[in-house]
Write a protein that binds this ligand. Structure first.
Ligand code: CFN
Ligand code: HCA
Length: 537
Protein backbone atom coordinates (compact mmCIF):
# COMPACT_ATOMS: atom_id res chain seq x y z
CA UNK A 1 0.00 0.00 0.00
CA UNK A 2 1.54 3.29 -1.02
CA UNK A 3 1.32 6.45 1.05
CA UNK A 4 -0.74 8.88 -1.09
CA UNK A 5 -0.76 11.58 1.58
CA UNK A 6 3.03 11.95 1.49
CA UNK A 7 4.91 13.58 -1.36
CA UNK A 8 7.78 11.10 -1.40
CA UNK A 9 10.10 13.22 -3.57
CA UNK A 10 9.79 16.15 -1.19
CA UNK A 11 10.14 13.85 1.79
CA UNK A 12 13.42 12.40 0.43
CA UNK A 13 14.73 15.91 -0.35
CA UNK A 14 14.04 16.93 3.25
CA UNK A 15 15.94 13.92 4.60
CA UNK A 16 18.91 14.69 2.34
CA UNK A 17 18.95 18.31 3.57
CA UNK A 18 19.90 17.02 7.01
CA UNK A 19 23.24 15.81 5.61
CA UNK A 20 26.32 17.85 4.68
CA UNK A 21 26.18 18.57 0.90
CA UNK A 22 28.84 15.99 -0.03
CA UNK A 23 27.08 13.21 1.89
CA UNK A 24 23.67 14.18 0.50
CA UNK A 25 25.08 13.91 -3.02
CA UNK A 26 26.29 10.37 -2.34
CA UNK A 27 23.15 9.18 -0.56
CA UNK A 28 20.78 10.64 -3.18
CA UNK A 29 21.57 7.88 -5.70
CA UNK A 30 20.89 5.16 -3.10
CA UNK A 31 17.29 6.26 -2.55
CA UNK A 32 14.67 5.56 -5.19
CA UNK A 33 11.09 6.79 -5.20
CA UNK A 34 9.24 4.16 -7.24
CA UNK A 35 7.04 6.02 -9.68
CA UNK A 36 7.45 4.64 -13.19
CA UNK A 37 4.88 2.07 -14.32
CA UNK A 38 7.77 0.41 -16.16
CA UNK A 39 10.31 -0.60 -13.48
CA UNK A 40 12.97 -1.24 -16.12
CA UNK A 41 13.34 2.54 -16.37
CA UNK A 42 14.36 2.87 -12.73
CA UNK A 43 17.73 2.14 -11.22
CA UNK A 44 19.63 2.59 -7.97
CA UNK A 45 23.23 2.80 -6.81
CA UNK A 46 24.40 -0.06 -4.60
CA UNK A 47 27.49 -1.88 -3.31
CA UNK A 48 29.41 1.32 -2.61
CA UNK A 49 31.48 2.14 0.43
CA UNK A 50 29.36 3.46 3.31
CA UNK A 51 30.05 7.15 3.99
CA UNK A 52 32.15 7.33 7.18
CA UNK A 53 30.14 8.59 10.14
CA UNK A 54 26.86 7.13 8.90
CA UNK A 55 25.38 4.36 11.04
CA UNK A 56 25.01 1.33 8.77
CA UNK A 57 23.79 -2.20 9.44
CA UNK A 58 26.50 -3.79 7.29
CA UNK A 59 28.97 -6.44 8.37
CA UNK A 60 32.48 -7.28 7.13
CA UNK A 61 34.17 -9.58 4.63
CA UNK A 62 35.05 -12.15 7.32
CA UNK A 63 31.35 -12.26 8.34
CA UNK A 64 30.33 -13.00 4.74
CA UNK A 65 32.89 -15.77 4.30
CA UNK A 66 33.08 -17.51 7.66
CA UNK A 67 29.77 -16.53 9.22
CA UNK A 68 27.57 -16.81 6.17
CA UNK A 69 28.85 -19.23 3.53
CA UNK A 70 31.20 -21.66 5.35
CA UNK A 71 29.90 -21.53 8.91
CA UNK A 72 26.74 -23.60 8.32
CA UNK A 73 28.74 -26.65 7.14
CA UNK A 74 28.58 -28.49 10.46
CA UNK A 75 30.86 -31.50 9.90
CA UNK A 76 33.82 -29.16 9.35
CA UNK A 77 35.86 -27.30 11.95
CA UNK A 78 36.03 -23.59 11.08
CA UNK A 79 39.02 -21.85 12.65
CA UNK A 80 39.05 -18.07 12.95
CA UNK A 81 42.67 -16.91 12.76
CA UNK A 82 42.79 -13.71 14.76
CA UNK A 83 42.21 -12.12 18.15
CA UNK A 84 39.28 -13.74 19.96
CA UNK A 85 36.62 -11.06 19.30
CA UNK A 86 35.80 -11.99 15.68
CA UNK A 87 35.27 -15.68 16.49
CA UNK A 88 33.41 -14.94 19.71
CA UNK A 89 30.93 -12.44 18.28
CA UNK A 90 30.14 -14.72 15.32
CA UNK A 91 29.49 -17.66 17.67
CA UNK A 92 25.95 -19.08 17.19
CA UNK A 93 24.37 -15.67 16.59
CA UNK A 94 23.15 -16.46 13.08
CA UNK A 95 21.11 -19.51 14.20
CA UNK A 96 22.16 -21.69 11.25
CA UNK A 97 21.03 -25.10 12.50
CA UNK A 98 22.69 -28.43 11.73
CA UNK A 99 21.80 -32.11 12.07
CA UNK A 100 24.76 -34.47 11.71
CA UNK A 101 24.83 -37.17 9.02
CA UNK A 102 25.43 -40.88 9.61
CA UNK A 103 28.98 -40.27 10.85
CA UNK A 104 27.57 -38.21 13.75
CA UNK A 105 30.12 -35.41 13.21
CA UNK A 106 28.83 -32.07 14.40
CA UNK A 107 31.00 -29.10 15.42
CA UNK A 108 28.39 -26.44 14.77
CA UNK A 109 28.07 -25.34 18.39
CA UNK A 110 31.81 -24.83 18.92
CA UNK A 111 33.83 -21.65 18.46
CA UNK A 112 37.39 -22.29 17.22
CA UNK A 113 39.92 -19.47 17.21
CA UNK A 114 43.70 -19.05 17.38
CA UNK A 115 43.09 -16.31 19.98
CA UNK A 116 46.05 -14.23 18.76
CA UNK A 117 47.86 -12.22 21.39
CA UNK A 118 50.10 -9.16 21.15
CA UNK A 119 53.23 -11.28 20.63
CA UNK A 120 51.58 -13.17 17.73
CA UNK A 121 50.76 -9.85 16.08
CA UNK A 122 54.36 -8.70 16.48
CA UNK A 123 56.22 -11.93 15.69
CA UNK A 124 53.66 -13.59 13.41
CA UNK A 125 50.88 -16.10 14.02
CA UNK A 126 51.66 -18.85 11.49
CA UNK A 127 53.07 -21.34 14.02
CA UNK A 128 50.08 -20.88 16.27
CA UNK A 129 47.73 -21.45 13.35
CA UNK A 130 49.54 -24.63 12.32
CA UNK A 131 49.27 -25.89 15.89
CA UNK A 132 45.57 -25.02 16.02
CA UNK A 133 44.83 -26.97 12.83
CA UNK A 134 46.78 -29.96 14.19
CA UNK A 135 44.94 -29.87 17.53
CA UNK A 136 41.55 -29.51 15.83
CA UNK A 137 42.31 -32.51 13.64
CA UNK A 138 43.66 -34.71 16.44
CA UNK A 139 40.85 -33.87 18.84
CA UNK A 140 37.84 -33.95 16.52
CA UNK A 141 38.75 -35.67 13.22
CA UNK A 142 36.38 -33.39 11.24
CA UNK A 143 35.59 -34.10 7.57
CA UNK A 144 37.47 -30.93 6.57
CA UNK A 145 38.90 -27.80 8.20
CA UNK A 146 38.59 -24.18 7.17
CA UNK A 147 40.78 -21.26 8.21
CA UNK A 148 39.49 -17.68 8.09
CA UNK A 149 41.83 -14.69 8.19
CA UNK A 150 40.70 -11.61 10.17
CA UNK A 151 41.96 -8.01 9.65
CA UNK A 152 45.22 -8.16 11.65
CA UNK A 153 46.30 -11.36 9.86
CA UNK A 154 46.25 -9.54 6.53
CA UNK A 155 48.05 -6.54 8.03
CA UNK A 156 50.95 -8.57 9.46
CA UNK A 157 51.10 -10.83 6.39
CA UNK A 158 50.66 -14.34 7.85
CA UNK A 159 50.57 -16.73 4.88
CA UNK A 160 47.46 -18.71 5.75
CA UNK A 161 47.45 -20.42 2.35
CA UNK A 162 50.94 -21.87 2.88
CA UNK A 163 50.09 -23.03 6.42
CA UNK A 164 46.92 -24.73 5.12
CA UNK A 165 48.82 -26.49 2.31
CA UNK A 166 51.46 -27.76 4.73
CA UNK A 167 48.89 -28.93 7.28
CA UNK A 168 46.83 -30.66 4.61
CA UNK A 169 49.88 -32.58 3.34
CA UNK A 170 50.98 -33.56 6.84
CA UNK A 171 47.62 -34.48 8.33
CA UNK A 172 45.80 -35.84 5.28
CA UNK A 173 42.65 -33.76 5.80
CA UNK A 174 41.33 -31.07 3.45
CA UNK A 175 42.23 -27.61 4.79
CA UNK A 176 40.61 -24.65 3.04
CA UNK A 177 42.17 -21.27 3.85
CA UNK A 178 40.29 -18.06 3.13
CA UNK A 179 41.88 -14.63 2.87
CA UNK A 180 38.69 -12.97 4.02
CA UNK A 181 40.24 -10.18 6.10
CA UNK A 182 37.39 -8.03 7.38
CA UNK A 183 38.52 -4.83 5.65
CA UNK A 184 38.26 -6.28 2.11
CA UNK A 185 35.56 -4.90 -0.17
CA UNK A 186 32.77 -2.77 1.27
CA UNK A 187 30.64 -5.29 3.20
CA UNK A 188 30.10 -9.02 3.79
CA UNK A 189 29.48 -9.33 0.06
CA UNK A 190 33.22 -9.57 -0.67
CA UNK A 191 33.40 -12.52 1.73
CA UNK A 192 30.65 -14.36 -0.17
CA UNK A 193 32.71 -14.04 -3.34
CA UNK A 194 35.94 -15.27 -1.70
CA UNK A 195 34.09 -18.25 -0.20
CA UNK A 196 32.46 -19.10 -3.56
CA UNK A 197 35.81 -19.05 -5.38
CA UNK A 198 37.52 -21.50 -3.07
CA UNK A 199 34.56 -23.86 -2.75
CA UNK A 200 34.44 -23.94 -6.54
CA UNK A 201 38.19 -24.52 -6.96
CA UNK A 202 38.91 -26.93 -4.13
CA UNK A 203 35.69 -28.67 -3.15
CA UNK A 204 33.09 -28.92 -5.93
CA UNK A 205 34.04 -31.59 -8.47
CA UNK A 206 36.68 -33.34 -6.34
CA UNK A 207 34.64 -36.57 -6.08
CA UNK A 208 32.63 -38.14 -8.89
CA UNK A 209 29.64 -39.94 -7.47
CA UNK A 210 26.56 -40.37 -9.63
CA UNK A 211 23.35 -38.98 -8.08
CA UNK A 212 20.31 -40.96 -9.25
CA UNK A 213 16.83 -39.48 -9.74
CA UNK A 214 15.71 -35.87 -9.99
CA UNK A 215 18.65 -34.31 -8.22
CA UNK A 216 19.08 -30.67 -7.30
CA UNK A 217 21.58 -28.66 -5.29
CA UNK A 218 20.21 -25.90 -3.11
CA UNK A 219 22.42 -22.82 -3.22
CA UNK A 220 22.13 -19.82 -0.90
CA UNK A 221 19.91 -21.42 1.75
CA UNK A 222 21.48 -21.41 5.21
CA UNK A 223 19.01 -23.24 7.46
CA UNK A 224 18.31 -20.30 9.71
CA UNK A 225 15.83 -21.44 12.37
CA UNK A 226 15.38 -24.77 10.52
CA UNK A 227 14.23 -23.38 7.14
CA UNK A 228 16.20 -26.03 5.20
CA UNK A 229 14.40 -28.87 6.96
CA UNK A 230 10.97 -27.62 5.93
CA UNK A 231 12.21 -27.18 2.34
CA UNK A 232 13.70 -30.68 2.44
CA UNK A 233 10.41 -32.12 3.74
CA UNK A 234 8.50 -30.63 0.82
CA UNK A 235 11.02 -31.55 -1.89
CA UNK A 236 11.28 -35.12 -0.61
CA UNK A 237 7.51 -35.43 -0.59
CA UNK A 238 7.57 -34.44 -4.27
CA UNK A 239 10.27 -37.02 -5.07
CA UNK A 240 13.07 -34.49 -5.65
CA UNK A 241 16.49 -35.42 -4.30
CA UNK A 242 18.67 -32.77 -2.67
CA UNK A 243 22.23 -33.69 -3.68
CA UNK A 244 24.00 -30.94 -1.73
CA UNK A 245 23.18 -27.71 0.03
CA UNK A 246 25.41 -24.64 0.03
CA UNK A 247 25.43 -24.50 2.88
CA UNK A 248 22.50 -24.77 5.33
CA UNK A 249 22.70 -28.08 7.20
CA UNK A 250 25.60 -28.68 4.76
CA UNK A 251 27.91 -31.68 4.74
CA UNK A 252 31.40 -31.36 3.26
CA UNK A 253 31.26 -34.66 1.39
CA UNK A 254 28.04 -33.89 -0.49
CA UNK A 255 29.57 -30.63 -1.76
CA UNK A 256 32.47 -32.52 -3.35
CA UNK A 257 30.15 -34.42 -5.72
CA UNK A 258 27.57 -31.64 -6.19
CA UNK A 259 28.73 -31.16 -9.81
CA UNK A 260 26.88 -34.41 -10.65
CA UNK A 261 23.41 -32.98 -9.83
CA UNK A 262 20.96 -31.99 -12.59
CA UNK A 263 19.96 -28.50 -11.50
CA UNK A 264 21.11 -25.72 -9.16
CA UNK A 265 18.33 -23.96 -7.30
CA UNK A 266 19.37 -20.49 -6.12
CA UNK A 267 17.64 -19.17 -3.04
CA UNK A 268 19.91 -16.24 -2.12
CA UNK A 269 21.26 -14.95 -5.41
CA UNK A 270 23.52 -12.37 -3.77
CA UNK A 271 25.67 -14.73 -1.73
CA UNK A 272 26.11 -17.56 -4.23
CA UNK A 273 25.50 -16.48 -7.82
CA UNK A 274 29.24 -16.71 -8.49
CA UNK A 275 29.32 -20.44 -7.71
CA UNK A 276 26.20 -21.10 -9.80
CA UNK A 277 27.63 -19.29 -12.82
CA UNK A 278 30.97 -21.09 -12.53
CA UNK A 279 29.32 -24.51 -12.13
CA UNK A 280 27.26 -23.84 -15.22
CA UNK A 281 30.34 -22.94 -17.28
CA UNK A 282 32.51 -25.80 -16.07
CA UNK A 283 30.01 -28.64 -15.65
CA UNK A 284 26.93 -27.57 -17.61
CA UNK A 285 24.53 -27.36 -14.62
CA UNK A 286 21.94 -24.65 -15.26
CA UNK A 287 20.49 -22.58 -12.42
CA UNK A 288 16.96 -21.55 -11.56
CA UNK A 289 16.11 -18.74 -9.14
CA UNK A 290 13.63 -19.89 -6.53
CA UNK A 291 12.02 -18.37 -3.45
CA UNK A 292 10.92 -20.74 -0.69
CA UNK A 293 9.58 -17.90 1.50
CA UNK A 294 5.79 -17.55 1.15
CA UNK A 295 3.04 -20.01 0.20
CA UNK A 296 2.57 -18.90 -3.40
CA UNK A 297 6.32 -18.42 -3.86
CA UNK A 298 6.97 -21.97 -2.64
CA UNK A 299 4.42 -23.41 -5.06
CA UNK A 300 5.77 -21.30 -7.92
CA UNK A 301 9.29 -22.56 -7.19
CA UNK A 302 8.13 -26.20 -7.20
CA UNK A 303 6.46 -25.61 -10.58
CA UNK A 304 9.76 -24.28 -11.96
CA UNK A 305 11.39 -27.58 -10.96
CA UNK A 306 8.54 -29.52 -12.60
CA UNK A 307 8.93 -27.48 -15.79
CA UNK A 308 12.66 -28.20 -15.87
CA UNK A 309 12.45 -31.98 -15.47
CA UNK A 310 9.36 -32.22 -17.69
CA UNK A 311 8.24 -35.65 -16.46
CA UNK A 312 4.44 -36.05 -16.31
CA UNK A 313 4.66 -38.31 -13.24
CA UNK A 314 6.86 -35.84 -11.32
CA UNK A 315 4.65 -32.93 -12.38
CA UNK A 316 1.54 -34.80 -11.17
CA UNK A 317 3.16 -35.49 -7.80
CA UNK A 318 4.29 -31.87 -7.42
CA UNK A 319 0.76 -30.60 -8.19
CA UNK A 320 -0.65 -33.03 -5.64
CA UNK A 321 1.77 -31.83 -2.95
CA UNK A 322 1.00 -28.18 -3.75
CA UNK A 323 -2.75 -28.81 -3.46
CA UNK A 324 -2.48 -30.70 -0.20
CA UNK A 325 -0.02 -28.30 1.46
CA UNK A 326 -1.79 -25.14 0.31
CA UNK A 327 -5.14 -26.42 1.58
CA UNK A 328 -3.68 -27.34 4.92
CA UNK A 329 -1.96 -23.98 5.54
CA UNK A 330 -4.83 -21.94 4.13
CA UNK A 331 -7.02 -22.93 7.09
CA UNK A 332 -4.32 -21.98 9.55
CA UNK A 333 -3.45 -18.69 7.84
CA UNK A 334 -7.02 -17.42 7.47
CA UNK A 335 -7.47 -16.05 11.04
CA UNK A 336 -4.06 -14.32 10.90
CA UNK A 337 -4.83 -12.82 7.51
CA UNK A 338 -7.99 -11.29 8.92
CA UNK A 339 -5.98 -9.43 11.56
CA UNK A 340 -3.03 -8.55 9.30
CA UNK A 341 -4.84 -7.54 6.10
CA UNK A 342 -3.92 -4.02 5.00
CA UNK A 343 -1.08 -3.59 7.52
CA UNK A 344 2.10 -2.05 6.16
CA UNK A 345 5.70 -3.15 6.51
CA UNK A 346 9.21 -1.91 5.85
CA UNK A 347 12.02 -4.39 5.18
CA UNK A 348 15.70 -3.57 5.57
CA UNK A 349 17.88 -6.68 5.54
CA UNK A 350 21.08 -8.05 4.00
CA UNK A 351 21.12 -8.93 0.35
CA UNK A 352 18.00 -10.94 -0.44
CA UNK A 353 15.51 -11.33 2.38
CA UNK A 354 14.19 -7.78 2.03
CA UNK A 355 12.85 -9.07 -1.29
CA UNK A 356 12.04 -12.72 -0.46
CA UNK A 357 9.81 -11.82 2.50
CA UNK A 358 7.61 -9.58 0.38
CA UNK A 359 5.97 -12.68 -1.12
CA UNK A 360 5.09 -13.94 2.35
CA UNK A 361 3.75 -10.52 3.41
CA UNK A 362 1.50 -10.47 0.33
CA UNK A 363 0.16 -13.93 1.25
CA UNK A 364 -1.01 -12.26 4.47
CA UNK A 365 -2.58 -9.29 2.71
CA UNK A 366 0.25 -6.92 3.70
CA UNK A 367 2.26 -4.59 1.45
CA UNK A 368 5.72 -3.06 1.71
CA UNK A 369 5.89 0.73 1.90
CA UNK A 370 9.68 0.82 1.83
CA UNK A 371 12.43 -1.76 1.44
CA UNK A 372 16.13 -2.07 0.79
CA UNK A 373 19.19 -4.22 1.15
CA UNK A 374 22.25 -3.57 3.30
CA UNK A 375 24.89 -4.68 0.81
CA UNK A 376 23.28 -6.18 -2.31
CA UNK A 377 24.44 -5.14 -5.78
CA UNK A 378 22.50 -3.50 -8.57
CA UNK A 379 21.45 -6.84 -10.07
CA UNK A 380 19.63 -7.74 -6.83
CA UNK A 381 17.58 -4.57 -7.28
CA UNK A 382 17.24 -4.38 -11.04
CA UNK A 383 17.56 -8.01 -12.16
CA UNK A 384 20.32 -10.40 -13.22
CA UNK A 385 19.92 -9.38 -16.88
CA UNK A 386 21.56 -6.01 -16.13
CA UNK A 387 24.65 -7.65 -14.63
CA UNK A 388 26.55 -7.50 -17.92
CA UNK A 389 25.77 -3.81 -18.36
CA UNK A 390 26.87 -2.43 -15.02
CA UNK A 391 30.30 -1.07 -14.27
CA UNK A 392 32.73 -3.21 -12.29
CA UNK A 393 31.26 -3.91 -8.87
CA UNK A 394 33.05 -2.51 -5.85
CA UNK A 395 33.89 -5.95 -4.51
CA UNK A 396 35.01 -7.24 -7.89
CA UNK A 397 37.71 -4.58 -7.93
CA UNK A 398 39.23 -6.38 -4.96
CA UNK A 399 38.16 -9.98 -5.41
CA UNK A 400 39.58 -12.17 -8.10
CA UNK A 401 37.20 -13.20 -10.90
CA UNK A 402 38.15 -16.78 -11.74
CA UNK A 403 38.66 -17.72 -15.36
CA UNK A 404 36.49 -20.77 -15.87
CA UNK A 405 36.40 -23.10 -18.88
CA UNK A 406 34.21 -26.12 -19.60
CA UNK A 407 35.81 -29.25 -18.08
CA UNK A 408 36.63 -31.53 -21.04
CA UNK A 409 35.80 -34.68 -19.03
CA UNK A 410 33.09 -33.55 -16.66
CA UNK A 411 31.05 -31.08 -18.70
CA UNK A 412 27.62 -32.35 -19.75
CA UNK A 413 24.68 -30.19 -20.77
CA UNK A 414 21.58 -31.08 -18.72
CA UNK A 415 19.11 -30.04 -21.41
CA UNK A 416 19.32 -29.46 -25.17
CA UNK A 417 20.34 -25.95 -26.29
CA UNK A 418 16.83 -25.44 -27.72
CA UNK A 419 15.09 -26.35 -24.47
CA UNK A 420 17.56 -24.24 -22.49
CA UNK A 421 16.73 -21.21 -24.62
CA UNK A 422 13.03 -21.85 -24.20
CA UNK A 423 13.37 -22.14 -20.41
CA UNK A 424 15.45 -18.96 -20.28
CA UNK A 425 12.79 -17.09 -22.22
CA UNK A 426 10.17 -18.33 -19.77
CA UNK A 427 12.45 -17.06 -16.93
CA UNK A 428 12.66 -20.59 -15.51
CA UNK A 429 16.44 -20.77 -15.98
CA UNK A 430 19.21 -18.21 -15.58
CA UNK A 431 16.96 -15.30 -14.60
CA UNK A 432 16.41 -13.25 -11.44
CA UNK A 433 14.16 -10.21 -11.78
CA UNK A 434 15.30 -8.39 -8.63
CA UNK A 435 13.47 -6.25 -6.05
CA UNK A 436 12.49 -3.07 -7.92
CA UNK A 437 9.91 -4.66 -10.28
CA UNK A 438 8.05 -6.04 -7.25
CA UNK A 439 7.87 -2.69 -5.43
CA UNK A 440 4.66 -0.89 -6.46
CA UNK A 441 4.82 2.75 -7.58
CA UNK A 442 4.47 5.02 -4.55
CA UNK A 443 6.95 3.09 -2.43
CA UNK A 444 10.58 3.75 -1.48
CA UNK A 445 13.67 1.67 -2.14
CA UNK A 446 16.62 2.62 0.07
CA UNK A 447 20.03 0.97 -0.24
CA UNK A 448 22.27 0.64 2.86
CA UNK A 449 19.83 2.71 4.91
CA UNK A 450 21.28 4.82 7.72
CA UNK A 451 19.75 5.21 11.16
CA UNK A 452 18.95 8.85 10.42
CA UNK A 453 17.02 7.90 7.28
CA UNK A 454 15.29 5.03 9.08
CA UNK A 455 14.05 7.34 11.84
CA UNK A 456 12.60 9.76 9.28
CA UNK A 457 10.88 6.90 7.45
CA UNK A 458 9.32 5.62 10.67
CA UNK A 459 8.04 9.06 11.66
CA UNK A 460 6.51 9.79 8.26
CA UNK A 461 5.42 6.45 6.80
CA UNK A 462 4.35 4.97 10.16
CA UNK A 463 4.66 1.29 9.23
CA UNK A 464 2.93 -1.38 11.31
CA UNK A 465 6.07 -3.48 11.47
CA UNK A 466 9.71 -3.37 10.34
CA UNK A 467 11.52 -6.54 9.33
CA UNK A 468 15.22 -6.02 9.99
CA UNK A 469 18.09 -6.98 12.32
CA UNK A 470 19.58 -6.56 15.75
CA UNK A 471 21.43 -3.31 15.03
CA UNK A 472 18.22 -1.38 14.48
CA UNK A 473 15.62 -3.46 16.34
CA UNK A 474 15.65 -1.45 19.55
CA UNK A 475 15.99 1.90 17.81
CA UNK A 476 12.78 1.03 15.95
CA UNK A 477 10.94 -0.29 19.01
CA UNK A 478 11.67 2.95 20.87
CA UNK A 479 9.35 4.54 18.29
CA UNK A 480 6.59 2.09 19.39
CA UNK A 481 6.90 0.13 16.15
CA UNK A 482 7.54 -3.63 16.46
CA UNK A 483 10.66 -4.95 14.74
CA UNK A 484 10.93 -8.59 13.74
CA UNK A 485 14.43 -9.87 13.10
CA UNK A 486 14.45 -11.69 9.81
CA UNK A 487 18.15 -12.45 10.00
CA UNK A 488 17.92 -14.87 12.92
CA UNK A 489 14.11 -14.94 13.41
CA UNK A 490 14.22 -13.83 17.09
CA UNK A 491 14.61 -17.40 18.45
CA UNK A 492 11.75 -18.61 16.23
CA UNK A 493 11.38 -20.38 12.87
CA UNK A 494 11.30 -22.06 10.49
CA UNK A 495 9.67 -19.41 8.29
CA UNK A 496 10.30 -21.12 4.94
CA UNK A 497 7.87 -23.33 3.03
CA UNK A 498 4.26 -23.98 3.94
CA UNK A 499 4.57 -24.66 7.65
CA UNK A 500 7.04 -21.81 8.02
CA UNK A 501 4.50 -19.33 6.64
CA UNK A 502 2.16 -20.18 9.54
CA UNK A 503 4.95 -19.69 12.11
CA UNK A 504 5.75 -16.29 10.60
CA UNK A 505 2.09 -15.19 10.53
CA UNK A 506 1.67 -16.22 14.20
CA UNK A 507 4.82 -14.30 15.21
CA UNK A 508 4.03 -11.05 13.45
CA UNK A 509 0.37 -11.13 14.46
CA UNK A 510 1.52 -11.35 18.09
CA UNK A 511 3.80 -8.36 17.54
CA UNK A 512 1.61 -6.07 15.44
CA UNK A 513 -1.58 -6.64 17.39
CA UNK A 514 0.05 -6.41 20.79
CA UNK A 515 -1.68 -3.54 22.70
CA UNK A 516 1.56 -2.67 24.51
CA UNK A 517 2.77 -0.50 21.60
CA UNK A 518 -0.05 1.96 22.12
CA UNK A 519 0.67 2.21 25.84
CA UNK A 520 4.41 2.77 25.92
CA UNK A 521 5.82 6.29 25.81
CA UNK A 522 8.97 6.67 23.68
CA UNK A 523 11.98 7.57 25.87
CA UNK A 524 12.67 10.76 23.92
CA UNK A 525 9.16 12.02 24.61
CA UNK A 526 9.61 11.67 28.36
CA UNK A 527 11.08 14.39 30.53
CA UNK A 528 14.82 13.59 30.90
CA UNK A 529 15.81 12.12 34.27
CA UNK A 530 19.08 14.02 34.22
CA UNK A 531 19.96 17.37 32.75
CA UNK A 532 23.14 19.37 32.80
CA UNK A 533 23.80 23.08 32.67
CA UNK A 534 26.70 23.40 30.26
CA UNK A 535 27.04 27.10 30.99
CA UNK A 536 27.72 29.83 28.45
CA UNK A 537 31.53 30.20 28.75
S1 CFN B 1 21.05 -15.92 5.79
FE1 CFN B 1 21.50 -14.76 3.96
S2 CFN B 1 19.89 -14.45 2.58
S3 CFN B 1 23.28 -15.06 2.74
FE2 CFN B 1 23.21 -12.98 3.25
S4 CFN B 1 22.18 -11.99 1.61
FE3 CFN B 1 23.29 -12.11 5.63
S5 CFN B 1 23.50 -13.36 7.38
MO1 CFN B 1 21.96 -11.73 7.88
S6 CFN B 1 20.06 -12.73 7.22
FE4 CFN B 1 20.81 -11.67 5.50
FE5 CFN B 1 20.71 -12.53 3.12
FE6 CFN B 1 21.77 -14.11 1.49
FE7 CFN B 1 21.63 -13.88 6.34
S7 CFN B 1 19.34 -11.04 3.93
S8 CFN B 1 22.33 -10.26 6.21
S9 CFN B 1 24.99 -12.05 4.27
N1 CFN B 1 21.85 -12.96 4.63
C1 HCA C 1 26.33 -10.69 9.64
C2 HCA C 1 25.32 -11.68 10.17
C3 HCA C 1 23.92 -11.18 10.26
C4 HCA C 1 23.76 -10.11 11.33
C5 HCA C 1 22.35 -9.96 11.78
C6 HCA C 1 21.86 -8.64 12.28
C7 HCA C 1 23.03 -12.39 10.59
O1 HCA C 1 25.99 -9.77 8.91
O2 HCA C 1 27.46 -10.86 9.96
O3 HCA C 1 22.40 -7.59 12.00
O4 HCA C 1 20.84 -8.71 12.96
O5 HCA C 1 22.10 -12.66 9.87
O6 HCA C 1 23.30 -13.06 11.60
O7 HCA C 1 23.52 -10.66 9.01
Amino acid sequence: KSCPSVDLEEFVDNILKKYPAKVAKKRKDHILVRKEEDPARESIQANNRTVPGIITQRGCCYAGCKGVVLGPVGDMVHITHGPIGCGFYAWLTRRNLFKPGEDGKNYSTYCFSTDMQEQDIIFGGEKKLKQAIKEAWETFKPNAISVHATCPVGLIGDDVQAVAREAEAELGVKVLAFNCEGYKGVSQSAGHHIANNKLFNETVGTKDEAIPGYSVNILGEYNIGGDAWEIERILEKCGIKIAATFSGDGKYDSMTSSHMASLNLIMCYRSINYLAEMMETKYGIPWAKVNFIGVKAMSKSLRKIARFFEDPELTRRIEEVIKEEEESVEQKLAPYRERLQGKTAMLFVGGSRAHHYQDLLRDLGMEPVAAGYEFAHRDDYEGSHIAGKIKVDADSRNIEELKVEPDPEKYSPRVSPEKKKELEQESVLGHYHGMIPDMPPGTLVVDDISHLELEELIKTLKPDIILSGIKDKYVIEKFNVPSKQIHNYDYSGPFAGYKGAVNFARDIDMMINNPAWKLAVPPFEKKPLLSADLGTD
